[in-house]
Design a protein around this ligand. Structure first.
Ligand code: MN
Length: 679
């Protein structure tokens, strides 16, 4: 009988590769799976299932997707030895599979509906139940007729199914402990005596405080319930059971709503004594446990991102959203809604039991000032817009026939995702009152005759001050679009900290260079930045370039961001110098892509995600998942005012972390210096 590992052996030279040579066959349990992230010539993921003493393997070029409609190619590859379960490292150049191999996920699996591998393989259909950190629930592997080893991998419609993310929770679970949280855990509380925190501190998140019963909630397959409540109301138990997981421990507040939809502690008492049946809601704001993992060591930001993924829409269990570093607008909205306070929480904080200085209560009365209520208050519903649309039928894109009305409708559709990226920043306008082929002008200064409700910020300039627009809400956004602003140009910093950018931005500017070169450089830049411990974000510029963002912790100046990205660019040139340049003069760039780090300067701007560009096709700046760089047909022109609203529905705001995931450059700079010195 042929040894199933012959192929594996034949392809490798064990004197040159660190990969394990097959040892004696180990008797195992046939229930292990492991996924390697393999950055070889092209990035792919290797799914390996333990069976019959070996790891059956499939290479999945585009990775995994929790969207059941997203069927991913999976190419059956040679069986690997069981020792490969633990292998990670660098396979040297010239060897088979040269590149880096990382363990991306590992866990147990079960075959569903048939217990016999041989049958399933013969039928060409494996139904798998996976219990990993990233891969959870039911997955299908189905052989196709296309080519010899070609299979499709896709998610089944189960409670984990959802959008096209590649991991169940959408976050990195490395720091989570593999053990459940005890149910008698004491909840975290705000500290009364702690010093006040600035409502503009970007290291803090601000949430609404709800009037109701603070209680932990436990979701299990055996029955979901509120801890500390004698009889969990059935609507809430059902809402917990609808969470996209099998087990969870959630922190939140149970609220009863009166006829006007306002929280009523009196009604809540009556409901808990089963003397009244008002509508109930459980406002979930933290996640302590997911499946068998204790998430308390993770940052609040990661826990909230995970919780957001678990909570389906339209249930009595609701996700409590937050604002980051813009507490005043929230406080004004809270005051407007007649609620007492906001809760400030440090974004990087772990979940600890008892009172902590990382949580502060901020009463409305103590901080409300005319300035704080002046802007950003939640508008009362069904109010007339404060701006008047004009010339809606004017054609802005002659080739496509798109009108100004289409442009306004697009911005209205994406406003919820776009506005957080614009809020509280000076904005320069680029106005095209007659569409993309007409004359245009760049406008920094707010002109006389601007409506008095529009927020402006005075910016010192050459001994005087220049008022700039600030776009905090839908009215302000649609007002400036109605003026003919097709794209928008916000600063990298906010009004209260004009010298401190929120992001370090690397602009890949190709001019005439092919987009394939931009893609290659972006891949390289992503690898490098991740390699020095950062979590960069990527978007198309909407024209032919790409923007890479690293969100910064507070305290960094523009010089820091610029010098850091200059060093990054210089390291990058070693790998992609044939297609990239840092030459400032366009004539001397030889058709190469310009790595523009000089945009990291006060008063420089960058178009935000979802901004429309004044070019043919009405393309827009589109946030991308890094793995989307691997798609063969990626084109910046596929993201337009026609296609982006549906994409946003499908993925959510992929750029949300630009606001939330603020990063420390210091450890990255040290690693970068080593790279600069080392090679
Ligand atoms: Mn591979």
């Amino acid at each position: 009988m042929p040894d199933p590992l012959d192929d594996y052996r034949r392809k490798r030279n064990f004197a040159a590769t660190p990969e394990p040579a097959p040892g004696l066959p180990l008797r195992r349990t046939d229930d292990l799976f492991v996924v390697h992230r393999h950055e070889a010539r092209s990035l792919h993921y290797d799914l390996r299932l333990e069976h019959d003493g070996v790891l059956k393997s499939w290479a999945v070029p585009r990775g995994f997707s929790y969207d059941p409609a997203d069927k991913r190619l999976a190419v059956r590859t040679e069986d690997h030895p069981l020792e490969y379960e633990h292998f990670h490292g660098r396979i040297p150049k010239g060897q088979y599979g040269a590149g880096t191999m990382q363990i991306w996920d590992r866990g147990r699996y079960r075959l569903l509906r048939t217990d016999r591998w041989a049958d399933a393989m013969q039928q060409g259909e494996l139904k798998l139940l996976l219990f990993g950190r990233h891969l959870r629930g039911e997955w299908h592997l189905v052989r196709t007729q296309q080519a010899k080893n070609s299979w499709l991998l896709f998610k089944s419609r189960d409670r984990y199914a959802g959008i096209a993310r590649d991991r169940a929770l959408g976050i990195n679970l490395d720091a989570a402990r593999d053990q459940p949280v005890p149910l008698d855990v004491q909840p975290m509380r705000w500290q009364a005596e702690a010093a006040p925190v600035s409502m503009r501190d970007p290291d803090w998140l601000f949430e609404m405080e709800f009037l109701g019963l603070r209680t932990l909630a436990h979701r299990t397959e055996a029955g979901s319930r509120l801890l500390g409540v004698d009889a969990t109301p059935p609507s809430i138990a059902a809402g917990l059971t609808a969470l996209r997981c099998e087990q969870a421990l959630v922190d939140g507040v149970l609220v009863a709503l009166d006829a006007r939809g306002h929280p009523s502690p009196t009604l809540l008492q009556q409901a808990l004594q089963q003397r009244a049946e008002p509508p109930l809601a459980y406002y979930a704001f933290d996640l302590l446990q997911w499946e068998d993992y204790d998430l308390r060591p993770l940052s609040l930001l990661e826990r909230k991102a995970a919780l957001r993924t678990l909570v389906p829409d339209g249930q009595p269990v609701l996700f409590v959203d937050h604002v980051a570093g813009a507490g005043e607008a929230l406080l004004a909205a809270i005051a407007g809604a007649g609620l007492p306070a906001a809760i400030g929480k440090r974004a990087s904080s772990r979940y600890v039991s008892g009172a902590s200085a990382d949580w502060r209560r901020i009463p409305v009365a103590a901080t409300t000032t005319p300035a704080a209520t002046h802007h950003g208050a939640a508008p009362p519903p069904e109010r007339e817009p404060r701006w008047k649309p004009s010339n809606l039928g004017k054609v802005y894109w002659p080739a496509e026939g798109y009108t100004k009305g289409d442009l306004l409708a697009y911005y209205h559709a994406v406003a919820e995702a776009l506005l957080p990226h614009l809020r509280d920043r000076p904005v320069h306008l680029n106005r095209f009152p007659d569409g993309i082929d007409g004359k245009s002008f760049y406008q920094r200064e707010v002109k006389d005759g601007a409506p008095d409700w529009l927020r402006t910020v005075p910016i010192p300039h050459d001994g005087s001050t220049v008022p700039h627009h600030v776009i905090d809400d839908l009215d302000a956004l649609l007002h400036v679009v109605n003026l003919g602003s097709i794209d928008l140009h916000p600063w990298l910093s906010r009004t209260a900290s004009l010298d401190q950018p929120d992001w370090a931005v690397l602009d890949l500017d190709p001019k005439q260079a092919p987009f394939a070169h931009v893609i290659r450089i972006a891949r390289s830049a992503g690898r490098l930045l991740r390699g020095i411990g950062l979590r960069p974000l990527l978007k198309t510029s909407g024209k032919s370039g790409m923007h890479i963002f690293v969100p910064l912790r507070s305290g960094y100046g523009y010089d820091h961001a610029r010098m850091f990205l200059e060093a990054v660019s210089r390291v990058l040139l070693r790998e992609v110098g044939d297609v990239a340049t840092i030459e400032r003069s366009p004539e001397k760039r030889d058709g190469k892509v310009y790595l523009d780090f000089l945009q990291n300067r006060r008063s420089q701007t960058i178009v935000p995600p979802y901004a429309v560009r004044p070019v043919g096709g009405a393309s827009v700046s589109a946030p991308l998942l890094w793995d989307e760089l691997e798609a063969a047909d990626l084109s910046p022109r596929q993201f337009t005012i026609r296609t982006m609203p549906a994409r946003l529905q499908r993925h959510g705001d992929l750029f949300r972390n630009a606001l939330d995931d603020r990063q420390d450059l210091q450890p990255a700079i040290l690693l970068l210096e080593e790279l600069l010195r080392g090679r």
